[in-house]
Design a protein around this ligand. Structure first.
Ligand code: UT7
Length: 332
């Protein structure tokens, strides 16, 4: 029997309707549209507004759309993994809440936190369950309400983040498509450069932590940038080499959208023309776990069965990785 691969058999994204443009940011911090575009490539981001709305609401929208378009009975889903750094609550997991909101009564579910590499870590984890032959339908979500942890007085950080979510259905296939290879890395010494200081067991919430604005993303942008450029390019080149892929064999690079300059460096290292790179950072900014599924969702109509895709990410931790997959279906 041919080897069982885990294939993405459907993809759905969701972004909330409210926009935060560079012009809007000009009104609240000392910045300008031209600086943001030239340093990051971002023009606007979507922001989840409304009382009582959280990451699980955006994730549930993506999952509902995914179930509908793949014609899946929610009771047939075996497992749901939600990659997020902005869980609704410290516990229970956002995945548990999404399952409840979308009627996945037979699925077990858990969150996975690998910062901006979370969707790739979750996809790689989910693939193992499918490849054993035991699981038939697994949903992987990447979702973040970054606006809930972004400090809108910190001009060096707040300009890059936005809110959004995406969900992928994974199913077994033996036709040679699906996830072929993955390389994942983590180096916790990178925590100094990108983290949220308070709210965890190290520094529980107190008046002092709130006053010191320690419940927001802290980022030393320049240092993170240096690591991101080299690690994302290295791991993307490595997965090509490991699978004997030349630039002309690759149909699409699907990169994490943190900064257009990081994406360009990765594409250059892979020898890829920009026409083969999925880029939507100008519309959404860095949605953390949402970036890669949002790209796949937006480009779904252009993807053909057998297309070679390289998915690549770098994030807090540090974490980074790449996945090589063969797309499993033609546009409907
Ligand atoms: O997704 C997970 C991982 N995260 C990333 O991959 C993000 C990686 N880092 C970056 O993308 C970039 O470092 C940023 C976009 C965050 C910042 O860009 P940068 O080119 O590294 O800027 P910088 O922090 O080195 O600042 C350069 C200059 C400084 O002025 P001086 O000291 O040269 O006079 C800043 O004060 O730009 C100034 N600056 C700004 N000016 C206008 C910083 N932020 C802004 C701003 N508007 N928003």
């Amino acid at each position: 029997m041919n080897k069982i691969n885990a294939a993405i058999t459907g993809i759905q994204g969701y972004v909330p309707p409210d926009l935060l443009t560079n012009k809007d940011l000009e009104k609240i911090i000392d910045t300008n549209d031209e600086w943001i575009i030239s340093r990051t490539g971002i023009k606007e981001r979507h922001i989840l507004k409304g009382e009582g709305l959280a990451t699980s609401d955006m994730a549930a929208e993506a999952v509902k759309g995914l179930l509908k378009k793949t014609n899946t009975d929610p009771l047939d889903v075996d497992l749901l993994i939600c990659a997020t750094v902005t869980a609704d609550m410290v516990f229970p997991s956002t995945a548990n809440i999404v399952s409840d909101k979308t009627g996945l009564k037979n699925a077990w579910s858990f969150d996975l936190n690998a910062a901006c590499s979370g969707f790739l870590f979750a996809l790689s984890t989910a693939a193992q369950f499918i490849e054993t032959g035991k699981y038939k339908k697994v949903i992987v979500i990447g979702a973040d309400k970054m606006s809930s942890i972004v400090d809108y007085t910190d001009r060096t950080t707040c300009i890059i983040f936005g809110d959004g979510s995406g969900a992928a259905m994974l199913e077994p296939t033996t036709d040679g498509t699906g996830i072929i290879d993955s390389i994942m890395h983590a180096d916790g010494s990178g925590r100094d450069f990108l983290h949220q200081k308070a709210g965890g067991s190290l520094k529980p919430a107190s008046h002092e932590t709130v006053d010191a604005r320690e419940h927001y993303v802290f980022q030393e942008g320049k240092s993170v940038f240096k690591f991101a450029v080299s690690k994302m390019a290295d791991v993307s080149a490595k997965i090509m080499e490991q699978n004997n892929l030349k630039s002309e064999d690759i149909s699409w690079l699907v990169p994490h959208q943190a900064n257009l300059r990081i994406i360009d460096a990765t594409a250059r290292r892979m020898g890829l023309d920009k026409s083969k790179v999925m880029i939507n950072i100008e519309k959404y900014g860095n949605t953390t776990n949402g970036t890669i599924p949002l790209c796949l969702w937006e480009w779904e109509d252009q993807l053909k069965k057998g297309d070679n895709l390289v998915l690549s990410a770098f994030g807090g931790g540090f974490t980074w990785g790449a996945i090589y997959l063969k797309w499993a279906y033609d546009p409907s």
